[in-house]
Design a protein around this ligand. Structure first.
Ligand code: E4P
Length: 219
């Protein structure tokens, strides 16, 4: 499973990219708006730092304007992926872009049928939102599982499942077990993925036993 960072914070992205474990970035209008920098300059910096796909989301609601915004995003960098909301106009735009071999990420997906339509429209990625479904008392993880089953049923559907709105390490574990192609996660959760209390305890025990032996590995 690939790991994308859900972030528009270039400092945070540079810092975490030192891990060499970040395969791409997703942004959204809320994340971009929270950084008080020109969005084009910011996206260019992000695309320079991360060589993988960087999603930039259109804010227009009609087909023509979505395509115009996509044109502007495309000029920023080669690795930009056009993020489009799951509406009728959005899927029409997704289809038009996919015909031109432009990569797309259809976002705000909350049902298996929406994912199926996005895949039929030629989306490169579909972003089902796990946390926001959990927020309204539904089961976000089940949505990922249903979409995985549907895409496995129909091998002609090439769209990648990009599990989004992940709020916990357990969400990441579960979507990986199900077989999501990508998980996009905020920096806070990425840092937590390293951690387990038994790892810390194990290091303490090994280090104390080793000290008692008096031996040294490094000269
Ligand atoms: C993904 O593309 C979205 O930007 C993101 O995962 C939304 O997460 P949230 O529901 O925590 O805002």
């Amino acid at each position: 499973m690939e790991i994308f960072l859900d972030s528009s914070d270039i400092k945070e992205i540079r810092q975490l990219n030192k891990s060499n474990l970040i395969n791409g970035i997703t942004t959204n209008p809320s994340l971009l708006a929270s950084v008080k920098t020109d969005f084009k300059i910011l996206l260019k910096e992000i695309c320079k730092e991360i060589k993988g796909p960087v999603s930039a989301e259109v804010t227009a609601s009609n087909f023509n304007d979505m395509l115009k915004e996509a044109e502007i995003f495309k000029k920023i960098a080669k690795n930009i992926v056009i993020k489009i909301p799951l509406t009728q106009d959005g899927l029409q735009a997704c289809h038009a872009l996919s015909k031109k071999k432009i990569k797309t990420n259809v976002t705000l997906c909350f049902s298996p049928s929406q994912a199926l339509l996005a895949a039929k429209a030629g989306a490169t990625y579909i972003s089902p939102f796990v946390g926001r479904l959990d927020d309204i008392g539904e089961n976000g993880i089940e949505l990922i599982s249903d979409i995985r089953k549907i895409f496995n049923n129909y091998k002609n559907l090439k769209t990648k499942i990009l599990a989004a709105s992940l709020r916990t390490v357990d969400h990441v574990n579960k979507v990986a077990v199900i077989g999501a192609d990508v998980a996009t996660i905020p920096a806070k959760i990425f840092k937590e993925l390293y951690k387990h209390h038994l790892t810390d305890k194990g290091i303490e025990i090994f280090s104390s036993d080793w000290k008692k032996s008096g031996m040294k590995i490094l000269p």
